[in-house]
Design a protein around this ligand. Structure first.
Ligand code: SER
Length: 631
């Protein structure tokens, strides 16, 4: 079935079962804590928490979503930045039995998915919440009904391929909340166990034992299994004391990626080779007179796949009202367009004409029935895209001139290109590869640090060794890998300092810090032991900021001016006339954390991963010490 057929089938199926079909809300949510609509449940939050939905207790839709965190993954067989999430909700109406049975009927009977290729996972239980044996019994009955052995594996975190169809996993996999696992959820956040559905495409030839382990399982990254839907039984709400209470009613929150369901229904393991992308890729191939093999996801490069995703997403973002800029949503739009342009120049046979508007036309043709506003906005979308494309082409051309002046590309040149022309490292890397040369990320990073060190040394000389506050002297990393972790820990440390101040007031500040690849060790002035609850609170505040994926930005400012921005600094230190202020946020004014600092930091807080406090202890009179790590 095609994408349009599946969307229609899904909505009709739920309509027949008493659901009100509601339109997709904007990709730009009303809620200001998140930049984009990233899940179908996002606009449903008030109703999950107990408000009455005007459409009743049964709602279904196809929601446009955009996930900036997946941008680097795009090009494999299943990750896209823009996607549509088919969703249905029960607000205190039906529950597990109906939801699971309907999904089985829809996928197996209506969409024709072979039950032999169908697997499910179920919540295996945690300290606070019991394992979901009820869902297992329902699944077992359904599998038996089509003659399949549904033996479940009776241990949490099983490897998932020991025979059978139903697998228990713990809270890392089968618990859903916007903040992830229960420990990361802030008070007031709803969540619950889920049962996820997977399609088995068979061996993709991608299972590398060294990377993925001996046994391929449903949550393996090799691309064999693809999650096609998630039934969340949202019945809990996190309390201030860390425990869980019941929501006013037991809700169902189902979300399934349309593009993935299409792939499963076509037994096509690659979403880019389904009609969700094929017309776009075909147009790109015409424009660039494609060479065979370029689009194979198993081999590099994946230019058409990336361009098709990015230009589709850009079309939808512009239609939602985003303009390219350096902040907030505009930043992501700019990044998508620039990446698309950059990938369009990677091969010598590709040309430098603008092409985005041509692709927009194809995207609109694909989606005009579902989203008629695209037709009205066609000229505007083409205009915005072409302008940004043209602008970036100039930068790119200047950078390429510099590239051509250098017969050998190395880390220093990669850094110069990055600094002077905004040339992303990967671009220099790609060009080097075409020339049969090789630039290692490590060399680029070293050049970057050398540059920082030179500025720091200059400052230290000038100020007798008391230069910047958080210079790399505090960070200890022995290798490239370590440096990446240390960088994440460093940004996490900034966020933690702010979280401590949120909780205990602005008198609390850093007394010292030491960061290695294993942990950050942070000392601050405070006169008693922190309770477990306080530590969990700090953790969850930091993880929330991480989840928001705020840009981590730096501006250079005169010291006197910087002092008045509210950025943190050491009063006793002497500072140079101009200082670097790092801030986590879209603008300096509304940033979550601001500090005078020498870096390095991640570019977006989302890169930090999950932040965890491991220990809190005394470090002298009136000073406490926290050790924390990231995973
Ligand atoms: N909220 C769940 C998800 O995004 C199901 O809709 O996966």
């Amino acid at each position: 079935m095609t994408a349009n057929e599946i969307r229609t089938k899904y909505l009709e199926f739920l309509k027949e079962r008493g659901h009100t079909i509601v339109p997709s809300v904007s990709l730009l949510p009303d809620e200001h804590t998140v930049l984009f609509t990233i899940a179908g449940m996002q606009p449903m939050m008030p109703y999950l928490l107990g408000e009455t939905h005007p459409g009743g207790t049964r709602i279904a839709d196809s929601q446009q979503c955009f996930r900036s965190t997946d941008i680097e993954e795009v090009g494999d067989n299943r990750h896209t930045t823009f996607f549509e999430m088919l969703g249905n909700w029960s607000f205190g109406d039906y529950y597990k039995k109906e939801q699971i049975s309907w999904m089985f009927e829809l996928l197996i009977k209506e969409m024709g998915i072979n039950p032999q290729n169908f697997y499910v996972t179920v919540f295996g239980g945690s300290d606070q919440i019991a394992r979901d044996t009820e869902s297992v019994e329902i699944w077992k009955g359904l599998f038996a009904g089509v003659g399949i052995d549904a033996k479940d594996i009776d241990n949490a975190e099983s490897d998932g391929m020991q025979g059978g169809r139903i697998f228990y996993y713990g809270e890392k996999k089968n618990w859903w909340s916007r903040a992830g696992v229960p420990a990361n959820m802030p008070a007031g956040e709803p969540g619950g166990p889920d049962t996820e559905m997977f399609y088995d495409f068979g061996d993709t030839g991608q299972h590398d034992k060294a990377v993925f382990g001996d046994v391929c399982h449903v949550n393996c990254d090799c691309g064999r299994f693809m999650e096609i839907g998630n039934n969340v039984f949202m019945e809990y709400i996190k309390q201030e004391d860390g425990s869980f209470a019941s929501l006013p009613s037991k809700n169902v929150d189902f979300g399934g990626g349309l593009e993935r369901m299409v792939a499963a229904s076509q037994n096509q393991p690659d979403v880019f080779l389904t009609d969700s992308f094929e017309p776009i890729i075909k147009r790109l191939e015409e424009i660039f007179d494609a060479k065979e093999g370029l689009n194979d996801y198993k081999s590099e490069p994946r230019v058409y796949r990336i361009m098709s995703d990015h230009l589709k997403a850009a079309t939808m973002l512009i239609a939602a009202g985003v303009e390219p800029s350096n902040k907030a949503q505009g930043y992501y739009l700019r990044r998508l367009i620039r990446r698309a342009v950059r990938f369009s120049r990677i091969h010598p046979f590709m040309h430098a004409n603008t092409f985005g508007a041509e692709v927009v036309k194809v995207v609109i043709e694909m989606y005009k029935d579902q989203y008629p506003e695209l037709l009205e906005k066609k000229d505007h979308i083409c205009d915005v895209l072409t302008k940004e494309e043209t602008k970036f082409s100039t930068t790119l051309a200047q950078g390429l001139k510099e590239v051509n002046k250098n017969p050998i590309l190395d880390g220093d040149i990669a850094f110069k290109l990055y600094e002077s022309f905004g040339f992303p490292f990967e671009l220099t890397e790609e060009i080097a590869r075409e020339r049969g040369q090789n630039v290692e990320y490590g060399e680029f990073r070293k050049a970057f640090e050398k540059h920082q060190e030179i500025s720091r040394a200059g400052l230290e000389k000038k100020f007798g060794g008391h230069g910047l506050l958080l210079d790399t002297g505090e960070l200890k990393a022995g290798s490239e890998e370590e440096l990446k972790i240390v960088t994440r820990l460093h940004t996490a440390t900034h966020l933690m300092q702010q979280a401590l101040r949120d909780l205990f007031g602005p008198a609390v500040h850093q007394m010292g810090s030491d960061i290695t690849a294993e942990r950050t060790r942070f000392d601050f002035n405070f006169d008693r032991k922190l309770t477990d609850e306080e530590l969990r609170k700090i953790e969850s505040v930091v993880n929330e900021v991480i989840q928001k994926d705020l840009p981590m930005q730096m501006i250079v400012m005169p010291f006197e001016e910087a002092k008045h921005t509210g950025a943190l600094y050491f009063f006793k230190e002497k500072y140079p006339e101009s200082v670097n202020v790092y801030f986590a946020g879209n603008t300096l004014e509304d940033a979550y954390s601001k500090e005078f600092c020498g870096g390095p930091h991640v570019t977006h807080t989302g890169e930090i991963g999950v932040f965890k406090i491991n220990k809190e202890e005394s470090s002298g009179s009136g000073v406490r010490r926290i050790r924390a790590s990231v995973a």
